[in-house]
Every structure is written in structure tokens, then in C-alpha cells.
Design a protein around this ligand. Sequence first.
Ligand code: PLP
Length: 382
Amino acid sequence: MIGIKEAFALPEGVCYLNAAAIGPIPDVVQQAGIAGISSKRQPWIRDRAAARQMTDELRGLAAGLIGARSSDVAVITAVSYGIATVCAGHRPPPGSRFLVLAGEHTSLSLGLARHAEVHGCTLEIVEPTHGDDWTAALTAALLRPGAAPVSFAGLTPLHWTSGAVVDLSRIIPIIHAQGGVVLVDATQAAGIMPIDVTKLQPDWLVFPTYKWLLGPFHLAFLYVAPQHQEIQPLEQHVGTRQGPNPALVQDSSQLAFASGATRLDSGEPDTFAAIPMGLAALTFMTGWSAEAASAHVSSLTKIIAEGLKSLSLCTVEDRFRSPHILAVRGQSPFPESMVARLAARNVHISVRHGLIRISPHVYNLDADAAQCLTALSYELSR
Ligand SMILES: Cc1ncc(COP(=O)(O)O)c(C=O)c1O
């Protein structure tokens, strides 16, 4: 199944290597969206109980992707929404230290900066000391003699610009030992890299569907470890309350919260389109294991990385390279105009913080790796 281009609207000759920006939806996801939107034309036919069940089925698939229980996952709208939920319910000691990696995505870094400001905490931005060794840099920051304990860290399994991995299994226990908590933004990992929250033990983990899960916008998931599930949701609405039909209860003081992380679901989750599309996308993506998807994309990034060596271009060192995101470093930062120049040769990539970011997915084939190398070699030798 992996490598199946026919399941997507990817014409011959189009080399799309940009899943880290936006994953294209497969045809089955488009069909689920069209069917969902069409049902809004005739709302009287809609089975509300079945729609609710669809949300819970989706929650179960999302939980399965990260080794969680369904009840530990909230269905939300965006990574930034999940981060805002976590921050609203977390009370760090004033004056304590937060950690984030340098150059992190703004949904994470802005959320942490605001959280630190509200509670009078210090946000330390960790820079790598040796190449792309973020794990060593984080360890050094955590164990720096005389530094205050870390109360909160917002981390990623890999850096979103370079794809360099962060060994969270080594970092999270150090933070927990200092009494701190860890929010993992798994946007660039969920579905394409194996994740198991029972082993990793994050306090929270958040990911959207629109990139590696090949789903729609406005749909994301927040895993909440059981010890943090009693917090207040960002919004008050009946979707997070218990009862056969909570909307009809007159005395709202009688409405108990739904159990587990469901109480943190965002409002109006049942958009007619996003939930059916998400369900189709996760069903599609769970047709194989994250290990199999990872092995497929890793074979492609390896071909490209080997070819780049012969062009004398640098990538992240092999030992830190993720299977699915390959960054190219030039002697100086690449300009944004590289995107349009390569697109003119039908090769679609991103430039992030001066790096060319190449991110293949299950629909890419060896021929895409070859097309990408030819285009890079042409553009970079001009
Ligand atoms: C690491 C990371 N986090 C978050 C996001 C997007 O988050 P949001 O759902 O808030 O738009 C991205 C998008 O590129 C990302 O790379």
C-alpha cells in the first residue's frame, strides 16, 4: 500500500515533498468531507447520535496512534488551542524556569512565552552547543549548576525546521525529577514516527491532522495524562458534560463534566466535515504501522541525503536525522525564493529559517527523490 500515489490527486511529474507544511488529503478523505458537507444541506436527516459516535471513534484512533487510552484524549481544533488549554490549567511557581528549543514553531514558543509572562517565570531558550545535538543542549540546560529547577518545558520529538531528533525519553525523566512537567508538541511526529505515551510519560502531547495524518485543518488532539485531567476547559459547553442530552438540562449547575480528557474537547467539534474527514484520514493512515511509514520515508530521505553529499551540500548528521524530514544547509541561509524556483521545476519543498526542508510521505516514490536531486543540483549550481 505504501507508495500509492493513485490514492491522491498527485499528477505525474509533480514531486510533492512538503508534508511537514501541509499533507495532501487522499481521495477517500475528500469524499468523506463532501459527504459530510452535503449532509448539512438536509439537517433533518442527520443522525446526531451517530455523529457523536464518529467523534469518539476518531478519538479512539488518535489515542491508538500514541499508545493512549481513548479517554485520555481531547478532540480540539489546533495545536495552539491545546497549548492554551494546558497553560490555562497549569500554575507554575513564580520565578521558576521554563525551557523551549531555539527556533521552535510559534504555536509553541508564543504559548510558552505568554505562560511565563503571566506567572512571572523565566523562559530559557536552549541553543544547540554542538551541531544538531539538541538532547545534549537540553541536558546541559537542565543540569546547569546553580540554575533554578525547571517547572515547565514545551518540547518536540524533532525540530520542525531541520528534522533533527530530540531524545525525549532521556529528557522527560530529568524534568520530572526536578518536579517539572512536559508538554510535547508532536505535530511533526504523530503518524510518521512511533510514539508511545506509556513509555515517554509526557504530561501532555498535542498534534493536528493536517500534516502527517493527511487530514483536514481545524482538527487536532490533546493527550492529557490522568493526573492532569481535572482542569477546567477553555470553553464551557454541553459537549464536555455528561448526560443523555445535556443541552436540555435547565439547571446547568447539575451538569457534571464528562470523564477523562473529553471535558477538554473544543466547542462545536461536529463540523459535518472535519470529523468525517479526520476519521477517514486516520483510518487511511492506520492502514499500516507508523514503523512501516517511517521506514518508507526514511528510504527516500536516505537516497536524497546521499545525493546531496555528492553535491557537497550538508544535511543534519546521520545520527540526529529523523526518517521523514531532511534539511539542506548551504554556506549561507537559503532565501525564500528557493521555494518558487524549485516549484517551477515541479519540486515542492519549504524553506524554514534558511534551511531547505524536504519532507516525503507515503505517496512518494524513488522517482521523486531522483527528481528532487536533479532540481536541487540545477538550482544550487547556478
Ligand atoms: C512543530 C509545530 N507545531 C505546531 C504547528 C502548527 O500548529 P497550529 O495547529 O497551532 O497551527 C506547526 C506547523 O507547522 C509545527 O511545525
